[in-house]
Design a protein around this ligand. Structure first.
Ligand SMILES: O=C(O)CCC(=O)C(=O)O
Length: 477
């Protein structure tokens, strides 16, 4: 993505521009006190009193889209003035109020904003303007940013795209900087800058206006994730964000918006990258076991949902292998028990490998395709995210595998002894072909998948020694 210095400048003031390029955010004066009061009153008239919609009330998430439309009309003239005063050739493309009510759940999780523009060429940003004074000392949920975190953001962010920072959430939080922002002042942050806000511990709601701002010459975009690494860039207009909330756009894009580019996003966020960025030791990535994969009674020891467990599963062979599983029973029966099979798991699906249904002598699971941070495996109290090229062996413990997407999780599951010897070459070959497939239409991709499936099976019994060497190479850092 863009080198921060390579895009046209955003700010008129050289100091503000330097702050933005270096730190990913800057502070500027925006609205006078009287304008804040007037805005607060007008907003209340159109949205009603706060407190009825929960801890955090965000217009963009409201079912009643007329509020988004009214908010846009209300703030556009004011914000256009603010933008013209401080920025060169930019416009407002999105506006929502964020009301943080006094509530234990009123904190905002750590995130970057969505990619509003083609970030290979342009920089977009967000104007965050509180209508009341905010600070850590006041305790009303000040905005917190991670300086320089815009330099980490080399991935596309949109509907259903991988949440790349989640394994490092806890570690990243040490770099959060709470900002003191008076009513009417504005923080302008690069949309890639990681930010969050703490809980409102006071007795009054904290209201802030949040506006998306992009360069005039940039096309407004909405990014979706139809595959593990496939990203679709849709050209949209301002009305898109007024009419449609984030969920609608995730399910299906309205017909009137055209795909302008389809790309493969190979970006990753590794501990080594974070170590280089922070000049501190590399963090340990954490795995979040989603609620969908939370097992019944006998799985109660697994850490569910928002709690995290350390990645202690050693990739490539350290996990004991269940001698069979329900899934394998079905798949192997269909394909012939001696053969290796490719299993595709849809997004939001999970399965259990159940050793109680013991049938085979052991299995190896090779990951052919998985979205970054989107798929995982849990064994006992350990869990790991699944990445293409990894190989796991399982023994007699219950194992659960999940896929949160985007795209299908594709695993090659085979009898342990045979696959251990010869998987490497096949995994590399099949994974390579899958990678080339990601930009093809679904029907073609499915046909090719079928061919890969049939070819992969016999490949596994060939040239085990050479394959093992290739696998070792594949695993080199
Ligand atoms: O207003 C807040 O507390 C946070 C707003 C925010 O993170 C956002 O709109 O992306």
């Amino acid at each position: 993505m863009i080198d921060a210095c390579a895009c046209p400048p955003s700010f008129r003031s050289a100091d503000a521009e330097a702050d933005l390029v270096r730190d990913g955010f800057t502070l500027v004066p925006a609205l006078a006190g009287t304008q804040c009061d007037l805005l607060a009153r007008s907003y209340r008239e159109l949205a009603g009193e706060p407190g009825s919609e929960g801890a955090l009330e965000i217009d963009y998430l409201r079912a009643d889209r007329s509020v988004m439309s009214d908010v846009r009309n209300l703030v556009l003239p004011l914000i256009t003035e603010v933008i013209d005063e401080h920025l060169v050739g930019h416009r407002m493309v999105f506006a929502t109020f964020v009301t943080k009510n006094p509530h234990a759940d009123s904190n905002m999780f750590l995130h970057e904003d969505r990619s509003w523009v083609d970030e290979r060429r342009y920089r977009a940003g967000t104007l965050w303007i509180p209508l009341v004074d905010t600070s850590e000392a006041i305790g009303n949920g000040a905005l917190e940013v991670i300086p320089r975190s815009h330099l980490l953001g080399t991935y596309w962010s949109g509907a259903g795209t991988p949440d790349m920072i989640r394994p490092y959430d806890e570690w990243l939080r040490q770099f959060l900087l709470p900002l003191t922002v008076d009513a009417g002042d504005a923080v302008f942050y690069d949309s890639r800058t990681l930010h969050a806000s703490s809980m409102n511990c006071t007795s009054k709601p904290r209201v802030a206006l949040v506006c998306g701002v992009i360069p005039n010459q940039a096309q407004l975009l909405h990014v979706t994730a139809p595959g593990t690494r496939r990203r679709r860039l849709y050209a949209v207009d301002e009305a898109f964000f007024v009419r449609y909330g984030p969920r609608v756009a995730e399910l299906a894009m309205p017909n009137q918006y055209q795909v302008i580019e389809e790309i493969v996003d190979d970006a990753t966020l590794t501990p080594a990258m974070l170590a280089a960025w922070s000049r501190t030791p590399a963090p340990l990535p954490r795995v979040i076991v989603p609620a969908s994969a939370r097992p019944a009674q006998q799985w109660a020891h697994l850490t569910p949902d928002s709690q995290r467990v350390p990645t202690s599963v050693v990739v490539d062979g350290a996990i004991p292998l269940p001698s069979c599983c329900r899934l394998m029973y079905g798949v192997a029966t269909a394909c012939g028990a001696e053969k290796d099979v490719i299993v595709s798991l849809d997004p939001a699906a999970c399965f259990e490998l159940d050793p109680s249904a013991a049938f085979f002598g052991g299995f190896m699971v090779a990951v052919l395709d998985a979205a970054p941070v989107g798929a995982g495996v849990a064994v006992g109290s350990a869990a790991a995210n699944l990445e293409p090229g990894q190989r796991f062996e399982f023994d007699m413990e219950p194992v659960t595998v999940w896929n949160e997407g985007p795209g299908q999780l594709r695993l090659l599951i085979g009898a342990r002894s045979e696959v251990v010897a010869s998987a490497p070459r096949s995994v590399a070959k099949v994974a390579g072909r899958l990678k080339r497939l990601v930009t093809r239409p679904a029907a073609t991709a499915n046909r090719v998948m079928q061919r890969i499936h049939h070819q992969a099976i016999p490949t596994f019994s060939r040239a085990p020694r050479r394959a093992a060497q290739e696998f070792a190479k594949l695993n080199e850092p």
